[in-house]
Design a protein around this ligand. Structure first.
Ligand code: C5P
Length: 403
């Protein structure tokens, strides 16, 4: 499984060779890759999203203006939440759009927005391939760092014409993709990481619970970023509405005690990043039935008791991971409190952020953090949560490189 944990965004454009993309999906998955398919309108004339979805076991992305897809993943994340983009088949039209920076549908928008390597497997009529316009576009794309495989010489499926224009065979595309992915550094290959993310829900009775505003965005992004650097990641997530990151083992829990149990079950590990906003307290005795409101009576008192501190438990555990990183969501004395946490929690690194309501960090898209270690404080500028995650994963990787 040479592509285990690799996340491939497969863009299928409209050409008869799209039928080969079905086989390509199978070949990628046989090698352990996660395939997220994206189809252009043209592609859907040749193969159905149903077949593509079934073979990839993934949602099929088709529409730039789909409200559901935008809420779920969004085109920018679609462009970045992968290790490699493969365009197969790539039509002359899609390559022309790429070469000119057009973005009038989901495929071209994602290709314009990505910061990941792109491998293009063209397929078209030999005349369309050899024509000056297409060759100009290919030259531009190569100069832009886009990788190509094919086209091959052979008979065209639809016209019987022979010449250069056939899409490369799926196995050749898989091999080239593997070479490209290997060329990208995986400094955390062979390291195991546990990440917690999201809030916890602490039940009061069967219908009510105590919760907080954590969305899980930052924790999930960190899990994905560690996986992108090669780590074998277990994500223990509280209740969130965002999708599981690709290439990560996600365990879903509700309560703090369940989260602790799942984290401890995932030990031993090299890295623990505890991002979850674990509820500090839970109701001591959860009511078995819905607590009834009694007219004129005061509400039933809730007796709260402390939840286990998962970070502290891991930080002082006999199987303590080599690197333990916690988060500190504070509204005041951010650095001072984070420093204290290094010791009390047994952590090596605390990522501190100011979650005062006016910062909009809790549940928002951006984060502004300071990273506190025993060596000092790094102040990072305000940036999207995905970038905070990538920078943190790189910092963690450099910790292993130097120690
Ligand atoms: O003590 P405080 O909640 O501010 O600490 C925050 C850090 O501790 C975060 O990394 C959070 O994930 C972790 N934590 C935990 N279990 C708790 C409370 C906090 O793992 N019960």
């Amino acid at each position: 499984m040479i592509l285990k944990n690799k996340r491939i965004l497969l863009i299928i454009a409209g050409g008869i060779a799209a039928y080969k993309s079905l086989d390509l999906i199978r070949r990628f998955r046989e090698q352990g890759a996660d395939v997220r398919p994206l189809m252009t309108a043209g592609a859907q004339q040749f193969v159905t999203p149903l077949a593509v979805g079934a073979l990839s076991a993934s949602h099929v992305y088709t529409d730039l203006f789909s409200r559901e897809d935008e809420q779920d993943v969004g085109h920018i994340r679609l462009a970045r939440d992968c290790d490699l983009i493969v365009v197969a088949p790539a039509t002359a039209d899609l390559m022309a759009k790429m070469a000119h920076g057009l973005a009038d549908d989901l495929a071209s928008t994602v290709l314009l927005a990505t910061d990941k390597p792109v491998l293009v497997a063209p397929a078209m009529n030999p005349k369309m391939w050899s024509t000056k316009a297409t060759q100009r576009n290919v030259a531009t794309l190569k100069a832009d760092g886009i990788h190509f495989i094919g086209p091959e010489r052979g008979e065209m499926a639809e016209s019987g014409e022979a010449g250069l224009g056939r899409m490369s065979e799926p196995m050749q595309i898989v091999e080239t993709a593997t070479l490209l992915l290997d060329g990208h550094a995986k400094p955390l290959l062979g390291r195991k990481a546990i990440v917690t993310s999201g809030p916890t829900h602490e039940p009061i009775d069967p219908v009510r619970y105590i919760a907080n505003r954590s969305s899980g965005k930052q924790g999930h992004a960190i899990a994905a970023a560690l996986a992108a650097l090669g780590a074998d990641v277990t994500l223990v997530s509280g209740p969130v509405t965002i999708p599981d990151p690709l290439g990560v083992r996600t365990i879903h829990v509700e309560r703090a005690e369940e989260m602790r149990d799942a984290v401890l079950a995932a030990l031993p590990a090299d890295i623990a990043v505890m991002v979850a906003a674990v509820a500090d307290w839970r109701v001591e005795a959860q009511a078995g039935e819905k607590i009834k409101k009694q007219a004129g009576e005061p509400p039933a008192p809730l007796h709260l008791i402390e939840n286990p501190d998962i970070l502290k438990t891991v930080g002082h555990h006999a199987m303590r991971p080599k690197l333990v990183c916690g988060f500190a969501a504070e509204t005041q004395s951010v650095i001072e409190n984070a420093r204290k946490k290094l010791d009390t929690k047994g952590a090596d690194m605390i990522v501190a952020n100011d979650v005062s309501a006016e910062t909009g960090i809790m549940g928002g898209e951006r984060n502004s953090v300071r990273v506190i270690t025993r060596d000092g404080v790094d102040v990072w500028p305000d940036m999207p949560k995905g970038e905070v995650a990538e920078k943190l994963a790189e910092k963690i990787a450099s910790y292993f490189a130097t120690s």
